[in-house]
Structures are given as structure tokens and as C-alpha cells.
Design a protein around this ligand. Structure first.
Ligand code: ADP
Ligand code: GLC
Length: 476
């Protein structure tokens, strides 16, 4: 039987910052349903209760150079998938996942995820022996670096194949050179040909070069990251590995994101009966402090408030947009400058614009269900899940045609704009709002959106195919 160990820094609902967490719960579950024995390794953050967990290893000592890090490994089962939790309180028992409450990255993030990665390799040695270790993003990149250097001659890993998935090339795990010592990385890795990057350590770069295979989360993004516009300085490195790179569009968990049985909604609904969606819209307007008015188009955004998500375009069009007959709600957290911008808008246009600056899973469901139109003007978007959730809930996306947005939102359902300019966004919103005023055609659009199949089944089969091919291929 094929056995796969996934290593990542998030997994919903245990620890979630963005879409990575959703993928880490949906993909392993779908693979398990295809008969792949799949397990996941994540850190045991403060937010994760051990009530249902069992201790699988007590006092696992990891040495990074002369510094010992003692970990306990706990295991619990989520949707039939074993989840190994790396419990190292000094590193992970903290308020935030990556950042302190004032929004600064923890200074020792490189050490935190080095320990996660080394623990994953020890889990492979003692607790779960996979043919494939599938590493997600820079936080799991050290798994591949250690396996290919420190443990290059270790029989445990000799036949193991390593897959690296890039969820967002904008985050590469770049640290000062001193990280080499802190993480006890082999000095031989410190060349431009591996992890050196303009005098600093770049963990993802090393993993891209050393993995057996690379994937990213949409076919369009797989092409985009080979260009200077989207390569974040690694385009040449990615191009070097183009033969080993494939883009597989993420799926969504269509049982969890299902308007027919979503406990967060005021009323269930489906394609045949959309009355629950109208109730969701009314309740959402009330929740954001307005009198319900079904005739006004309700636009929404659920997003990390970071540069990538197109907030500069929204800022540029805000005055023009909010003169129109519509309402806009935003749910998000992120960079202070965007939080402040949105708060200013809410103060200036209280009748039309409202914001909740918080991370709230239940409210995310209510916004996605209650809106007519979901905005996703991302400057770049490796995959994006929110637009797929929106379509499943009969909410029409307006998207910048980039990455996974281009691959998942077709013209017959959503509204796309190609040039990344405020004018193009405004024009796409205008098209959507005009379409909203024609009820019959709008209803048909909703039907088309809800008929789309974005489930994990197809994507998981693609990953399985890749794993099988790798396991059968001769060692390079
Ligand atoms: P990214 O991973 O870049 O943030 P995705 O669209 O892939 O973008 O995934 C975002 C995920 O995070 C979705 O599940 C979305 O609902 C969720 N999300 C983002 N912001 C919030 C928030 N403030 N509250 C609750 N959920 C949020
Ligand atoms: C990243 C990307 C997002 C993608 C998610 C899951 O956070 O920004 O586009 O959907 O990972 O792959």
C-alpha cells in the first residue's frame, strides 16, 4: 500500500491562517478515500487541544548542532487521517502561528520549522514509514534539505521520494546567514547552487532544487512562477526544474463547504431552493448593522489583508465604487495599513461599507453565503479557495484572471478582468452589478456556479498518479 507523510505548518480546523490549512485537511482525506495511507505532521500550537490525542513518543531529542530540542509526539485522528503533533512548548506554545500579537514574525521561525522538519524525519524513522514525504511551503522545506545532506547516507531515507508543493512563492523562508548555524544546516548547502540567495539563506530555493518533484496549486500559477512578474526572484530556479513541476488545481471539501448542511448558516439552501440564501443575505446585512434590503447588490470579501490580495486596487476605486447603489462587507485581518484603510472607509461610508477585522470561521461562511458577489482582485493568486467556496454557495466571483482564479472562474459564471488596474476592476464590478439587475439571467448564473464540481476527487487522483510514478521511477 502507498504511504504518504505530509508535513506542513497548518491544518484546518486545528490551526488555520489561510488556504494551506484547508488543503491540509481536504487533500489527505481525499487520498485516504483513494486508498493511500496518508498521515500529516504539524506543530502542536497553543490552540490545539490534546484532549483526544495520544502520546506516541515521549522525549524525542532533536539536536540542532549543540542545542537539544526535546519534543513529545502526539497523534490524533481527523477524518480518518492520523495527525502527528510535534509538541515543543518553548517553540510552539505561543499566541500566534507565525507572528506575535503585534504582527511581527517570530525571530526564531527558522528554528521552529527546522525542529518541525527534523521531527517529521524522526516520525518517519520510528512511527510512520512512508514511501513519499510531501512537504508544503517553506516551513517544511528543511525536511528535504536535511534528508539530502545531513541524512544523505541514512538508510531510512534512501528510497524515500520527496515532493514539494509551492502554495505561494511570495513566502520563501529567507533568513540571515546565521540561520545556517541555528538550524545546523550542512555548510555544503551554502552555495548559490543550493540555498544561498543574495547573501541570505533561502529554504524554499533549496527544496525546489532538491525535491524529486514539485507541484503548485494551479496550472496557470505553474507557468506564472517561471516568469519575472511572478517568480519573486526564483523564476530561473523554478525554470531549471520545469520538467519536474506540475500545477494541480486545489479542490475544496464539498461536505464541509455545503450550503445544504452548513451549521454556520441561518437556513440551509440548495440549487432547487435558494430561499435560505436570501435569509443569509438579510441576516448578514443586519449583522453588519444595516436594514436588510434584498434589492441592493451585496458585495463581499473574505481575505487575509495583505498586498497580494489586491487591496491597493480596492483603495484606488473606493470612492467611485461606494457612490454606486450597492453595499460591501469585508472580513479579514492582516497588515495594519490595510486594516486602517478599511476602517477609514467604513467611517466615511457607513451606509455602504462595513468591515470586521477578525478571524472568524463562522462569519466567513455567512459572508460567503450571504453575499451576491465575492471580490477577489488578487494581484496574484496561486490557487485561491474562497472563490470556489463562493460558487458552491451561489455567490458570483469577480476576479483578476491570474493563477487559480483564472483556472477556476469561467466567464459563464464569474466576471474576470485581465489587466491589473483599478479601472479594470471597477469595470468588472460594474458588469457584475449590472448583471445582478436582471433577475432571471442572474438566477441562471447562480445555477451554473452551483453546478460546478470543485471537489478534491479529481485533484487527489492527480497526486496519486504522481506518487505512483515517483515510487516506480529509478532513483536519480
Ligand atoms: P490564502 O491562503 O492566500 O489566504 P485562499 O483563498 O486559498 O487564500 O484561502 C483563504 C482561506 O482563509 C479561506 O478558507 C477563507 O475562508 C479563510 N479566511 C481568510 N480570512 C479569514 C477571516 N478573517 N476569517 C475567517 N476565515 C478567513
Ligand atoms: C496559499 C495561496 C492560495 C492557495 C492556498 C492553498 O495560501 O495564497 O492562493 O489557495 O495557499 O493552496
Amino acid at each position: 500500500m502507498l504511504r504518504v507523510l505530509m508535513v506542513a505548518s497548518e491544518m484546518a480546523p486545528l490551526a488555520k491562517v489561510g488556504g494551506l490549512a484547508d488543503v491540509m485537511s481536504g487533500l489527505p482525506r481525499a487520498l485516504t478515500q483513494l486508498g493511500v495511507e496518508t498521515a500529516v505532521v504539524i506543530p502542536r500550537y497553543r490552540s490545539i487541544s490534546l484532549r483526544e490525542a495520544q502520546r506516541a513518543f515521549h522525549g524525542l531529542r532533536i539536536w540542532l548542532g549543540w542545542r537539544p530540542y526535546d519534543c513529545d509526539i502526539w497523534v490524533l485522528t481527523r477524518n480518518g487521517v492520523p495527525v502527528f503533533l510535534v509538541d515543543q512548548p518553548a517553540l510552539f506554545d505561543r499566541e500566534g502561528t507565525y507572528q506575535d500579537p503585534s504582527g511581527n514574525d517570530y525571530a526564531d521561525n527558522h528554528v521552529r520549522f527546522a525542529v518541525l522538519s527534523r521531527a517529521a524525519l524522526e516520525i518517519t524513522r520510528y512511527l510512520f514509514r512512508p514511501q513519499i514525504i510531501h512537504c508544503h511551503d517553506w516551513q517544511a522545506a528543511p525536511v528535504i534539505l536535511y534528508a539530502r545532506s545531513t541524512f544523505a547516507l541514512d538508510p531510512t531515507f534512501i528510497a524515500t521520494r520527496f515532493v514539494c508543493t509551492i502554495h505561494n512563492l511570495g513566502y520563501q523562508g529567507i533568513f540571515d546567514r546565521s540561520a545556517l548555524v541555528d538550524m545546523a544546516l550542512e555548510p555544503s548547502l551554502w552555495t548559490e547552487g543550493w540555498i544561498e540567495f543574495y547573501g541570505r539563506v533561502n529554504l524554499l530555493k533549496g527544496a525546489i532544487l532538491l525535491a524529486d518533484h514539485l507541484t503548485t496549486v494551479s496550472p496557470t500559477y505553474a507557468r506564472e512562477i517561471q516568469t519575472p512578474a511572478h517568480g519573486h526572484g526564483l523564476e530561473n530556479i523554478v525554470r531549471q526544474r520545469a520538467d519536474a513541476l506540475v500545477g494541480i488545481l486545489n479542490g475544496i471539501d464539498d461536505e464541509y463547504w455545503n450550503p445544504e448542511q452548513d451549521p454556520h448558516l441561518p437556513a440551509p439552501y440548495n440549487q432547487a431552493d435558494l430561499s435560505g440564501k436570501r435569509i443569509a443575505k438579510q441576516q448578514l446585512m443586519r449583522e453588519y448593522g444595516w436594514e436588510p434590503d434584498l434589492s441592493l447588490p451585496l458585495l463581499g470579501m473574505v481575505s487575509r489583508l495583505v498586498q497580494q490580495k489586491g487591496l491597493d486596487l480596492l483603495e484606488a476605486i473606493s470612492d467611485q465604487l461606494l457612490e454606486r447603489q450597492l453595499r460591501l462587507v469585508v472580513l479579514g485581518t492582516g497588515e495594519a495599513r490595510y486594516e486602517q484603510l478599511l476602517e477609514r472607509l467604513a467611517t466615511s461610508y457607513p451606509e455602504k461599507f462595513a468591515i470586521r477585522i477578525t478571524f472568524d470561521e463562522a462569519l466567513a461562511h455567512r459572508v460567503i453565503a450571504g453575499c451576491d458577489i465575492l471580490l477577489m482582485p488578487s494581484q496574484y493568486e496561486p490557487c485561491g479557495l474562497t472563490q470556489m467556496y463562493a460558487m458552491r454557495y451561489g455567490t458570483i466571483p469577480v476576479v483578476h484572471a491570474t493563477g487559480g482564479l483564472a483556472d477556476s472562474v469561467s466567464e459563464d459564471v464569474g466576471f474576470r478582468f485581465t489587466e491589473y488596474t483599478p479601472q479594470a476592476l471597477l469595470e468588472a464590478i460594474d458588469r457584475a452589478v449590472t448583471a445582478f439587475t436582471e433577475p432571471e439571467a442572474w438566477q441562471q448564473r447562480i445555477q451554473r456556479a452551483m453546478s460546478k464540481d470543485f471537489s478534491w476527487r479529481g485533484a487527489a487522483a492527480r497526486y496519486l498518479e504522481l506518487y505512483e510514478r515517483l515510487v516506480q521511477s529509478p532513483m536519480s
